[in-house]
Write a protein that binds this ligand. Structure first.
Ligand SMILES: Cc1cc2nc3c(=O)[nH]c(=O)nc-3n(C[C@H](O)[C@H](O)[C@H](O)COP(=O)(O)O)c2cc1C
Length: 362
């Protein structure tokens, strides 16, 4: 059923430009037309990360549900968690269209959306109305025309404190000019100090400490990774998300679309993002939570992220190609892989191929 839905859905959606198709997917999810996932929860996939209990390690990455329109519908597809955003304090239109491109031969996507979103208030009102208990993270960013970018992140922590199960400070979108500069050591130190101080103040008021993760780019030098690891550990950050889209265009078949400006995601970013994930795991040690994201398309690639050092995994682009059955397929596939590896828990396989991935260069 889901297979037929996938083929039909994909053939149908690919008749439209990618942004229109995305809007249609959101509408379908809102209307309840997309079949829910019916798989049995496998206790071996459960784990506690950053103090949160995840039923399975597969999450929807930021960018799919920027305005918090369909978080519960996404959880019904089988995802163990979902991340809304990136949200900025004020609504903003983003870059002119077209701004999302499919690289069909490569199963990749290039986007230069530029944080188009309805702003904090709209997303907050939707999240406030949710009664379920699923894990919904809030990914926060800065407005393009902001005079004080750090203040925008702090505003995100304060606005969403009562509704977020975790926060992601996204400093790695390539589509807001200068945003990635926040990854440089001094700026990162200032950002983390301000964001974590705001979190601590809100935690004292609410009596609940919400974890804050930092989402980084895959386009980092070894020194850049050293700096981020040093700041992450010295500021007692709760975790990292590795990684956002890449500016690289290496190894692409679709040379026509490859010329489009923006961040590349999907299968072509798998290798690079997995190498950076392992290199960051090596640097931050065993206990800091890391979410691996970039090019996950199957149970095998999801498990490879875990073996490279990830506690949890997210995906977005490959669902464009595989359809809404993908999270369910990955989750049942992971159970089969655990049988094959005779592993009692997904956690047992973390870091199993850390050396392989951390020693590669991309
Ligand atoms: C169309 C599109 C929009 C995205 N928007 C965001 C965003 O707003 N914030 C963010 O942190 N990441 C955003 N991302 C990046 C994804 O969350 C993810 O890090 C990246 O695409 C790699 O994963 P994937 O290969 O599974 O897509 C976006 C990705 C795509 C394809």
């Amino acid at each position: 059923m889901i297979g037929a839905f996938r083929d039909l859905g994909r053939r149908g959606l690919f008749l439209f430009d990618p942004e229109t198709a995305h809007g249609m997917s959101i509408t379908a999810l809102k209307s309840g037309l997309v079949p829910a996932c019916r798989i049995n929860a496998d206790p071996r996939l459960r784990q506690t990360v950053a103090g949160l209990e995840f039923a399975n390690p597969i999450g929807m990455a930021a960018g799919f549900d920027k305005n918090a329109e369909v978080p519960e519908a996404l959880l019904k597809l089988g995802f163990g968690f979902t991340e809304i955003g990136t949200v900025t304090p004020k609504a903003q239109p983003g870059n002119p269209r077209p701004r999302i491109f499919r690289l069909v031969e490569d199963e990749g996507v290039i986007n230069r959306l530029g944080f188009n979103n309805e702003g904090h208030e709209a997303a907050f009102q939707r999240l406030k109305a949710i009664r379920g208990n699923g894990i919904i993270g809030v990914n926060i960013g800065a407005n393009k025309d902001s005079a004080d970018r750090i203040a925008d992140y702090v505003a995100g922590i304060r606005r969403f404190y009562s509704v977020a199960r975790y926060f992601t400070a996204n400093i790695s979108s390539p589509n807001t000019p200068g945003l990635r500069d926040l990854q440089a050591r001094e700026s990162l130190s200032a950002l983390l100090s301000a964001v974590l101080a705001a979190r601590d103040e809100e935690a004292a008021k609410a009596g609940r400490r919400i974890p804050v993760l930092l989402k980084i780019a895959p386009d980092l030098t070894e020194e850049g990774m050293d700096d981020i690891a040093a700041e992450a550990t010295s500021h007692a950050l709760d975790g990292l998300i590795v990684s956002n889209t890449t500016l690289s265009r290496d190894g692409l078949r679709d040379q026509r679309q490859a010329k489009e400006a923006g961040g590349l995601s999907g299968k072509p970013v798998f290798e690079k993002s997995t190498v950076v994930l392992a290199k960051m795991r090596r640097r931050v040690g065993a206990s800091l939570p890391i979410i691996g994201v970039g090019g996950v398309s199957s149970a095998e690639t999801a498990l490879e992220k875990i073996k490279a050092g990830a506690d949890l995994v997210q995906l977005y682009s490959c669902m464009v190609y595989e359809g809404p059955g993908l999270p369910g397929q990955i989750i049942s596939g992971l159970s089969k892989l655990l049988d094959r590896e005779r592993a009692g828990s997904i956690r047992d396989l973390r870091d199993a191929r850390l050396d392989y991935w951390a020693n590669r260069n991309v």
